[in-house]
Structure formats: structure tokens, C-alpha cells
Design a protein around this ligand. Structure first.
Ligand SMILES: O=C(O)C1=C[C@@H](OP(=O)(O)O)[C@@H](O)[C@H](O)C1
Ligand SMILES: C=C(OP(=O)(O)O)C(=O)O
Length: 450
């Protein structure tokens, strides 16, 4: 496991203006999938722009343990020599996925229909997260799983030696669950069907098609029906990973709340299954524009320009938008505290089973810095104080959660007094260059124990 658990207390000081270009790293979801699908293809997949965050590096390590050759060529360029669908070897050690829900759940799916037995573990955060949402549908293929009470890691999966294809309606809006079932379906003969009621990020479907699998997606009265034909030979691909909209969210939101700011965040994917935050910010009155809109690798892409936005107002975020911005609610709540009026976020109970209970973690830290928050099981609302009016001065617990850590660092940039977090260590899981990138824009982040 990577060392992000070591506490690194950090403080973010009020600053401004932020200006310049923020070249954020590669997309985390696409990076995991590039490695996993590359490992399941026959031949060599070449990847550029891979996110070299701990989450993705743990997946690279896991792919090596399953027998794929993963080579680091430097600067985010990797090659993966795959073993083919059904060709995973049995790792001789426990597979440690660190902090990554995506990593562990997708890898469980990929090995579930191979005749091997694998024990998975992670850090304290990952070992507290629910895995039955994945092992329940995998059991339908014939996969067995034994873990700790409540379906928690560490957990051993015994892959189905004679898998049968599955028809499964995903009960929670989760791209990880959908993807785990599809990856398991790759090595089941016949058609595996996954149905989702709410569209979640569709990278697995797009990339499976790109790797040459037979996969169809239909919008029907039943929901979004995805049909995959098992046992394809996946063809190696050349993949340029786009920059991550979920990472772009931090410099964008920081610019909106920091006086005088003007920041360009180039080359950000605006796939509708990922772009909900930017739509929401524009509805709140953010000065956020899309420049140089284009299509790259089949995906809509634009350069985002975010400027200081002193006149934002709170809104009700439509619940049906939740899946398209699920990782962005923490930083949205920081912007909401700088708007006038309340922002209501409903239909978001999935936030309670991320790296931390994100509603609880944000509510505690916002309150510790003078912001009023109300919450229920499936919703929360933040009372806006107006731009620059967040008192700050408090310390926030981050619960091994990178998005909580970065959100509070953004809050400090636009607050009246500095905001401190107990640890910025987890930031390395998804955005290892966060500190230098924000410093280059003009932010003042200090490590308190150095
Ligand atoms: O499939 C993926 O790459 C992801 C899916 C989402 O999780 P859920 O599937 O739990 O919603 C998201 O929160 C996570 O950061 C990445
Ligand atoms: C929820 C997240 O990641 P994961 O589920 O992969 O740990 C995230 O990156 O915000």
C-alpha cells in the first residue's frame, strides 16, 4: 500500500488572485480502465497521460500480479502487455488496492470469472467500504466471496471455473458496480446484460467497444440496457488519457471564490456523464466559460476558463444530476458557502460510502469554519454566507479522503482566515501535483510539520 496514510497537516491561507494555466493530470477512471483492459487484451496497449496517482499505481501493480507486463516509460507513458480475456494468473500475494474503490471493485470483476483465488485488501478507508454491492452480482456468475462482517475487505474471491452469463439490474447508481459486472461478463460465454436506472459514467462501455468487444447500449422503458457478448479477443489500443474533470474542479472552484482570479484549465473532458458540476456552477452564476470546444478521442473536450465570481447564488441541484458530479459535491459545498442563499443537494446518499462519509466530513469541517449545514440521510444543504465571508480559522478532519482534503484547501483560499486540515497525504491518490499546481497559480499552502 502507498504511504498516503502518514498524516501531513496542511494550511491554506487566504490569497488572490489566482492566475495562469492549470494542467491537471489524467482522468482517474479512464486510467484504471486503460490498465485493466490493456491487461485483458492480447498484445501491447500503449497509454499516454496516465494518472500517476497512488490509486492508479496500485492498479498497475495489481495487473502485474495477475501476469500482465506493465512498463513505465516515464512522463505518464505506459505500455501494457496483456494476457487475454480469461488469462489472469493467480497472484502469489494479497492484492492491496490502497485507497481505491474503483481499483478493487473493477479488478474483482475482471478476475471473478477466472479459475483463480485472490485475497484483496486496502487501507483503513477502503477496508471500511461496502463490497457486497459487487460480490452479490458476481455470485450470479458463480464467484464465491468471503470477507469480514458486513462484506468488508480483506476479502477472498474464488473465481467461477465455469461461469454463466448474467442479467443484472444495478440497485444503486454506481459505475463501479456496473463495470465489475461487465468485466466479469467478458469471460462468461453468451450475453451478459446490465441495466441501470440512472446513467453513470460510461467509460467502461466506450472503452470495451474501443477494445473490440461486442457491446450495445439501449435506452428502454426498463432503463439503460447494456448487452455484452462474452469471450471476445480484445485488441490492444493506443490510448491518450484526457485530463480529469474531477481534478479540474479544484482549480476551477478556487478561481471562482478567490478575488481577481482568472484561470485556464485546458483539455477537460465534458462527457455528459461527468460534467454535472460545471453545469451547476454556471447555473449558480459562476463566470465559467468553455473555450475551444472540440471532440478528442470521441469525447467532447473544452478548455475551461474560470474567473472570480462574486455574485453566485445558491440553487437546488437536481437529484437526477447526482451521478454526473458525484465526486464533486464536497468542493461544490465550498462554493455554495461563498454564494448567497442556500444550496440544496439531494439524492446523494452514495456520498456516505465513499472514501469517507462525505456529507458528514464536509459538514464537520464547514461548521468548524463558521458555515451552517443541515443534513439528512440522502441530502444536505449549505447556507451561503456570500463571497469572501467564510470565517475560516478552523481545523478539518479529512478521514483518509483526498476530495475532502482538497476541498478544504480550496476553502482556505477564499476565506477570511486560514483553513487547516489534519492531513493532505491522501491527495496523492488522485492529484499528486495538487500542491505545486495550486502554488503556481498563486495559492499559499503550507505543510505545518516541515
Ligand atoms: O467507475 C469509476 O471510475 C468511479 C465511479 C464512482 O464511484 P461509484 O461507482 O461508487 O459511484 C466515482 O465516485 C469514483 O470516483 C470513480
Ligand atoms: C470515490 C472516489 O474514488 P474511489 O471510489 O475509486 O475510491 C473518488 O475519487 O472521489
Amino acid at each position: 500500500m502507498s504511504g498516503h496514510g502518514t498524516p501531513i497537516p496542511m494550511t491554506s491561507h487566504p490569497c488572490g488572485p489566482l492566475s495562469g494555466t492549470a494542467e491537471v493530470p489524467g482522468d482517474k477512471s479512464i486510467s484504471h480502465r486503460s490498465l485493466i483492459l490493456g491487461a485483458l487484451a492480447v498484445g501491447e496497449t500503449r497509454i499516454t497521460g496516465l494518472l500517476e496517482g497512488d490509486d492508479v499505481l496500485d492498479t498497475a501493480k495489481a495487473m502485474r500480479a495477475f501476469g500482465a507486463e506493465v512498463t513505465d516509460h516515464g512522463g505518464g507513458a505506459y505500455s501494457v502487455h496483456g494476457v487475454g480475456v480469461g488469462g489472469f494468473a493467480e497472484p502469489d500475494q494479497v492484492v492491496d488496492c490502497g485507497n481505491s474503490g474503483t481499483g478493487v471493485r473493477l479488478i474483482m470483476g475482471a478476475m471473478a470469472t477466472c479459475p483463480i483465488s485472490v485475497t484483496f485488501t486496502g487501507d483503513a478507508s477502503l477496508n471500511g467500504r461496502p463490497m457486497a454491492r459487487v460480490t452479490d452480482p458476481l455470485a450470479l456468475f458463480g464467484t464465491q466471496a468471503v470477507g469480514r462482517t458486513g462484506g468488508r475487505l480483506p476479502m477472498t474471491l474464488v473465481g467461477a471455473a465455469d461461469p454463466i452469463p448474467v442479467r443484472y439490474e444495478v440497485p444503486v447508481p454506481s459505475a463501479q458496480v456496473k463495470s465489475a459486472v461487465l468485466l466479469a461478463g467478458l469471460n462468461a460465454p453468451g450475453q451478459t446484460v446490465v441495466i441501470e436506472q440512472e446513467a453513470t459514467r460510461d467509460h467502461t462501455e466506450r472503452m470495451l467497444a474501443g477494445f473490440g468487444a461486442e457491446i450495445t447500449v439501449e435506452e428502454t422503458d426498463e432503463g439503460r440496457v447494456i448487452t455484452l457478448t462474452g469471450r471476445p479477443e480484445l485488441k490492444p489500443q493506443i490510448i491518450a488519457v484526457p485530463r480529469d474533470p474531477s481534478s479540474a474542479a479544484f482549480p476551477v472552484c478556487a478561481a471562482l471564490i478567490t478575488p481577481g482570479s482568472d484561470v485556464l484549465v485546458p483539455g477537460i473532458g465534458l462527457n455528459p456523464t461527468r460534467a454535472g458540476l460545471f453545469t451547476t456552477l454556471r447555473e449558480m452564476g459562476a463566470n465559467l466559460t468553455y473555450e475551444n470546444e472540440r471532440v478528442e478521442g470521441g469525447e467532447p473536450v473544452a478548455d475551461l476558463r474560470a474567473k472570480y465570481s462574486p455574485d453566485m447564488t445558491g440553487i437546488e441541484v437536481p437529484p437526477e444530476r447526482a451521478a454526473s458530479m458525484i465526486d464533486e459535491y464536497p468542493v461544490l459545498s465550498v462554493v455554495a458557502a461563498n454564494a448567497t442563499g442556500a444550496t440544496m443537494m439531494a439524492g446523494v446518499k452514495e456520498l456516505r460510502v465513499k472514501e469517507s462519509d462525505r456529507i458528514d466530513a464536509m459538514a464537520r469541517g464547514l461548521r468548524a469554519n463558521g458555515v451552517t449545514v443541515e443534513e439528512g440521510e440522502d441530502w444536505w444543504s449549505v447556507e451561503g454566507l456570500g463571497i469572501g465571508q467564510v470565517p475560516g480559522g478552523g481545523t478539518c478532519e479529512t478521514f483518509l479522503d483526498h476530495r475532502i482534503a482538497m476541498s478544504f484547501m480550496v476553502m482556505g483560499m477564499g476565506a477570511k482566515a486560514p483553513v487547516t486540515i489534519d492531513s493532505g497525504g491522501p491527495i496523492a491518490t488522485s492529484f499528486p501535483i495538487f500542491e505545486p499546481l495550486m502554488a503556481d497559480l498563486g495559492a499559499r499552502l503550507t505543510r505545518n510539520n516541515s
